[in-house]
Design a protein around this ligand. Structure first.
Ligand SMILES: *Cc1c(COP(=O)(O)O)cnc(C)c1O
Length: 378
């Protein structure tokens, strides 16, 4: 099956008792058993729920993975992955990272004795030289948030495998419609399903998909044992959202390209970050490893004061000033104070994230209206 067909049908069957085309929302905490431990595959809803199973099969299908495990949020998925490690293990991660991931790594797992190295992963030689005999996991996020750098998944996965480590990709920014890390050699892929997969800014969720049996067994153990599971209604909303993933992302990307082009010619714009621009330092790599360039656009103003950025962000009317991304509606945000506020200023600036940076999540509204909205804000 091709992707667009899979987005609707992968792992989905009409429900057995009624023929319902959409999976019912199974609001139950437990399941009747015929005799002790003889049941229909479900015993307790922390461990599993049929609505969740339908969602897991769909995401596994889209990522070309054998299995998927869903969680109550993206960070819960990351937390579960990190809990498969033990004290003394070493993780290499990119230095341009989602702020919540950075906070989890440095404030929760570092105190528990996991070591982290944050490197510029666009330079694969930096990844190679960070490898130690204890490296067990290489954490890739590409395109990166918010600077939209592109990391070579295939090359970094090779380094991981040579080191006996797993390579894991946070694929939230691209979505499986634009990028499928397992096909490029990564061992597992993680999503904040809150973003493009759900697509309507109405549910929080996370997922990990992989064909590595050992890893998935450990993650199922985490699901059962630490219990950061999504409720059935959230699973349903995300599953419903995925059915239009390809249509939504395609339109968002078209809009983002028009906006990037508009911004590139604007006299008040200083730096512009969009992987689809020929001037983007990893444009060729993006063209090779992604099906298209995504719908996130970041830029700075010529007037690089906080005041100028703040004033711009308060003036947009269609672009809503809010955290998050990947919904049908366009959002504007200020990474330095919002999504990345938990990263110390000097660490942020060392990684190139300036206080004047503005980030757009481009939705599926009419592109003329979106550009008009930016124009009036300038
Ligand atoms: C939002 C986000 C997360 C965290 O997901 P939540 O669902 O908010 O917990 C992780 N990685 C990236 C790239 C994100 O954008």
């Amino acid at each position: 099956m091709k992707f667009n067909t899979k987005a609707i049908h992968a792992g989905q069957q009409p429900e057995e008792t009624s023929g319902a085309v959409m999976p019912p929302v199974f609001h139950t905490s437990t399941y009747a058993q015929e005799s002790p431990n003889i049941h229909k595959g479900y015993d307790y809803a922390r461990v599993g729920n049929p609505t969740r199973t339908a969602l897991e099969k769909l995401i596994a299908g889209l990522e070309n993975a054998d299995e998927c495990a869903c969680f109550s949020s993206g960070v819960a998925a990351i937390d579960a992955i990190l809990k498969t490690l033990k004290p003394g293990d070493h993780v290499i991660s990119t230095n341009d990272l989602y702020g919540g991931t950075y906070r989890l790594f440095t404030q929760v797992f570092e105190p528990y004795g996991i070591d982290f190295s944050f490197v510029d992963m666009t330079r694969t030689e930096e990844v190679e030289s960070a490898v130690t005999s204890n490296t067990r996991l290489i954490w890739i996020e590409t395109p990166t948030n918010p600077l939209l750098r592109i990391i070579d998944i295939e090359a970094v996965s090779k380094i991981a495998h040579k080191a006996g480590a797993l390579s894991m990709v946070d694929n939230t920014f691209a979505s499986p419609y634009l990028q499928r890390p397992l096909d490029l050699g990564a061992d597992a892929v993680m999503h904040s399903t809150t973003k493009y997969l759900g697509g309507h800014s109405d549910a929080i969720g996370g997922a990990v998909a992989s064909s590595d049996k050992d890893l998935m067994e450990k993650l199922r153990f985490q699901v059962k044992t630490t219990g950061a599971v999504p409720g059935p209604m959230d699973c349903y909303l995300i599953l419903r959202g995925i059915k239009t993933l390809h249509v939504r992302v395609q339109r968002s990307v078209e809009n983002a390209k028009e906006i990037a082009e508009y911004l590139s010619g604007h006299p008040d714009v200083d730096l512009l970050y969009y992987p689809g621009l020929k001037t983007h330092p990893q444009h060729e790599l993006a063209a090779r490893q992604m099906n298209d360039f995504g719908a996130m656009v970041s830029f700075t103003l010529k007037d690089d004061s906080m005041d100028a950025a703040n004033s711009f962000m308060s003036k947009t009317r269609i672009f809503t000033l809010a955290e998050s991304l990947g919904g049908v509606e366009s959002l504007i945000s200020h990474p330095a104070s919002m999504t990345h506020g938990s990263i110390p200023k000097e660490v942020r600036e060392k990684a190139g994230l300036m206080d004047s940076l503005i980030r757009l999540s481009v939705g599926i509204e009419d592109s003329e209206d979106l550009i008009g909205d930016l124009e009036q804000a300038f």
